[in-house]
Design a protein around this ligand. Sequence first.
Ligand SMILES: C[S@@+](CC[C@H](N)C(=O)[O-])C[C@H]1O[C@@H](n2cnc3c(N)ncnc32)[C@H](O)[C@@H]1O
Length: 485
Amino acid sequence: MTEPNFKNRTLYHGDNLKFLRGMNSETVDLIATDPPFNKNRDFHATPDSLAAGAKFQDRWSWERDVHQDWVDQITDDYPRLMEAIESARFAHSDGMGAFMCFMAVRLLEMWRVLKPTGSLYLHCDPTASHYLKAVMDAIFGWKNFSNEITWQRSNSHNTAKRYGNVSDTILYYTRSGNYVWNRQYQPYSEAQLSRFRHKDQNGKRYKLENLTASRANSSSGKFEWRGTMPPPSRGWGYTLEQLEEWWREGRIQTKRDGTPRMDGLKMYLDDAPGKLAMNIWTDIPRIANTSSERTGYPTQKPLALYERMIRASSNEGDMVLDPFCGCATTPVAAERLGRQWVGIDIWDKAHEVVVDRLKNEVGLFGEVHYKTEPPTRTDDAQPAAPFLRVKQVHEPPGPKMSRAAMYEHLLEQHGPRCQGCYRDFDDPRYLQLDHNVPRSDGGLNHISNRVLLCGPCNRLKSNIYTLSGLRRQNKKLGYMSKDLL
Ligand SMILES: C[S@@+](CC[C@H](N)C(=O)[O-])C[C@H]1O[C@@H](n2cnc3c(N)ncnc32)[C@H](O)[C@@H]1O
């Protein structure tokens, strides 16, 4: 783990990729973030609100939004991740592929800046949640997927000819198996509340709970207590000390003969923490129009939602990051819970709104560090998620090869054969050096997935995007004979 090269209460303004890339590795305990959802629309803040003038575009295109160097980085270093992006592109649309690529380069950095004990909550909705899950699995590893949380954000939605969409999805991943976890509780339902139907002499409501637990295959809890043995298949569910303590407090109901009733533990409503939180959250309503929390920011989320994630997956003093912080819901929630925070947003007015919210909602004055330049890394500058990197698939040992040397090497390996349509050429000059997926770079690095393609296949591939896509297309068009497939 390294020292953070940024301060608590920092708000970065600009594209989060450059700030994430500038942050030292393993310096953040929790990321709770709410990026665009790929809704194919523009969002505008309510006029006259605190966030008036704020807007952001949630449409994605390969040409406009994806940088070649992202494609290069993912293609060369994380081919499994590229497969996940590709499948979104094939199954859905170019726009979905572009959005996944945009997210993937950022998620790689988020993985890097998280501490080994850290967690990430990614807020999305069913538009892209399943594609994001595949991307996240490729980066975090499917074993580190903890939950898909469904947040019911409204009660009704009138949608023609289908069920109303009333929920968002939050994908919760940890960076390893050893992570921070604090149990969370939700309010009881009406049915659960009705079980607290007894009242003691002071009028306090309670319910009766069983003192024993199933112990068919274990000897634990099988002792006599105050003249009572638990049934053969069960044992006392608590230690002798705990039982004695409750007995002294008068919390155990007794039978006529004065021995304890097995179902006689009084659980008081006032002491009960609520029911354990599950992965469906229906108890946090969206921000009402009249709520004092409302800033007018178009996609603002309730503080209670982010407070639950922060409480569950961080401790006081921990560092919380939101690289898509909008009107600062995560920073405000973190501040209220005594955590440190860093927020990033590309929106110009974010700073003013954050300062205002922290002043009004947390009573914090003039302590936000506003920055437009990324921090300079002071750690060993490891690239994103090094364990995921795949190198030298075809690359022979020895120093890196130039394009010309690579060309010769591939020619020796496969002969003068196009790897897109498998036609053999008399003159190898018909063949061009390219990647399995397109990239423009002519440099010496990243040669691991290069192939030789004929001119038509190379041109066709820029439209089809991958070599496997190109081969499928060629097969469909009958350009490849069966024995080559
Ligand atoms: C869904 S909103 C977040 C709303 C936030 N949870 C809140 O409660 O206000 C997504 C945010 O991502 C920001 N954003 C989009 N692309 C970005 C980028 N490349 N870098 C930083 N922020 C970006 C938008 O400006 C927008 O504020």
